[in-house]
Design a protein around this ligand. Structure first.
Ligand code: IMP
Length: 434
């Protein structure tokens, strides 16, 4: 028995929701360790659908403890709204089943505003880089955390030191806002914002590293729920077109306070083709009718922003990179059925850059924009793979595709998901039992 870390091995939206839900049923504790309410997925349990952005998946299952780790940036308004919405659906949320790290950073309204101001400014001029963010304030909040001026959950309980902290925060933000031609924010506004949410947030605060250490020692099964994907990682992703946190599996440790030796099985959720939302390089992107086909059949629209996702062939070179940077033990391959009916399928195995063959995506922004994918072509299959629950249910060509993926990325398939239904899954290895 082991703990399990679930991360996305591409640019997010790999279908983590269904897999995390399936695993959370087997877990005692579900921990989020990075990102914030820029994530989003829908869980369908006994016919009721629940939309989650900030709260860990375990929260909708009775008897599970949901944890928001110190690596998460918490928008208290989004937190309260999500709790209220779930409670209206009959989900009981209290400190009995939700705890938030007292050292987690808060996202405030000025962060959300700044995210939007920067994105708009970048769209309207050539000076900035438009990232295509979710405009939730994620980047600006992490900037303040690293800049050592953030307001954290536990600060809400210390009304004596809070005004000084707000002062420091505003010295920075108002200088920035003046430079951007925006109105300054008053001390009173932020104090009012913070005091208005304190009573709703503080009851959940916890020393999470200590709690997890105790739970680990008593043998609890802990599931770490990653958000976004490895190629959006601030260090290992397609910088600057990334999110502002480390999304790789190592962050499960730093973002929760549980040492890396206890992480256990690293499950990389991997879509059978590739998608990306927002700007940035995408070597295997298809802007033709096949890209259109994948987008429509795969219902590739963002859960948080509703934006259309860009679609393309499976990029084995990129996933191989994620296998390395995350230490992936096995993958959960999702949405194979979206490829049903295509005459032939391509898989990117490497790139050419300025006429030379390379086997990985270079880190430079300019080079990332210039690489050309090198493909192998496989025969497609006409039969439907929807709902397959054993290898025997799959056409021979589909099995060949899966085996080729495993070989190229250097990791085995632990789970194969063949429809959004939770039971439509081929289980090769149970990550908790591995
Ligand atoms: P931010 O995280 O809102 O700062 O956005 C930065 C980049 O990450 C943008 O390209 C977003 O589209 C992308 N992004 C953020 N969260 C997700 C997610 O949950 N799925 C897919 N892409 C995401």
């Amino acid at each position: 028995m082991t703990n399990v870390v679930v991360i996305g091995s591409q640019w997010g939206d790999e279908g983590k929701g269904k897999i995390v839900d399936w695993l959370s049923e087997r877990a005692d504790i579900v921990v989020r360790f990075q990102g914030g309410h820029n994530a989003g997925h829908t869980l369908v349990i006994d016919g009721t659908s629940y939309k989650l952005s900030l709260l860990p998946s375990g929260v909708v299952r009775p008897g599970k403890m949901a944890v928001i780790g110190n690596g998460v940036v918490v928008d208290p308004h989004a937190l309260i709204a999500e709790i209220d919405k779930l409670e209206k659906q009959g989900v009981k949320i209290s400190p009995e089943n939700l705890r938030i790290a007292d050292n987690a950073t808060l996202i405030l309204s000025l962060h959300r505003e700044l995210d939007g101001i920067r994105e708009d400014a970048a769209s309207n001029s050539n000076s900035g880089v438009k990232i295509g963010t979710t405009r939730r304030g994620i980047g600006p909040a992490y900037e303040d955390k690293v800049g050592r001026r953030a307001i954290r959950i536990m600060d809400l309980a210390d009304l004596e030191t809070l005004p000084g902290k707000v002062e420091r925060l505003l010295t920075h933000h108002n200088a920035l806002r003046r430079g951007l031609g925006e109105n300054e924010v008053t001390h009173e506004t932020i104090m009012q914002e913070l005091t208005s949410v304190a009573d709703r947030v503080l009851p959940y605060r916890e020393t999470i590293w200590l709690m997890l250490d105790k739970e680990r020692r008593r043998g609890a099964r802990i599931l770490f729920e990653g958000a976004q994907g490895s190629l959006l990682d601030i260090d290992h992703g397609t910088y600057p077109f990334v999110t502002s946190s480390n999304t790789v599996a190592g962050q499960a440790s730093a973002g929760s306070g549980m040492g890396p030796g206890s992480l256990g099985y690293i499950l990389g959720i991997t879509k059978a083709y590739t998608t990306r939302v927002g700007e940035g390089p995408f070597p295997t992107e298809l802007t033709d009718e096949i890209g259109q086909f994948l987008g429509e059949k795969g219902r590739e629209f963002g859960t948080v922003t509703g934006r259309k996702r860009r679609c393309g062939w499976f990029d084995a070179a990129l996933v191989r990179q994620s296998v390395a940077t995350n230490g992936i033990t096995g993958i959960a391959l999702t949405k194979l059925d979206v490829l049903d009916g295509l005459d032939e399928l391509k898989i990117c195995v490497g790139y050419t850059l300025d006429g030379k063959d390379i086997d990985h995506l270079p880190a430079s922004q300019g080079q990332q924009a210039r690489v050309e994918p090198v493909y192998i072509t496989l025969e497609g299959w006409k039969e439907s793979t929807v709902g397959a629950r054993s290898w025997a249910d799959l056409p021979a060509q589909a099995i060949k595709y899966v085996r080729q993926v495993e070989e190229l990325i250097g990791a085995p398939v632990a789970l194969l998901s063949t429809s959004p239904e939770r039971d439509d899954t081929i289980l090769v290895t149970d990550p908790f039992e591995d």
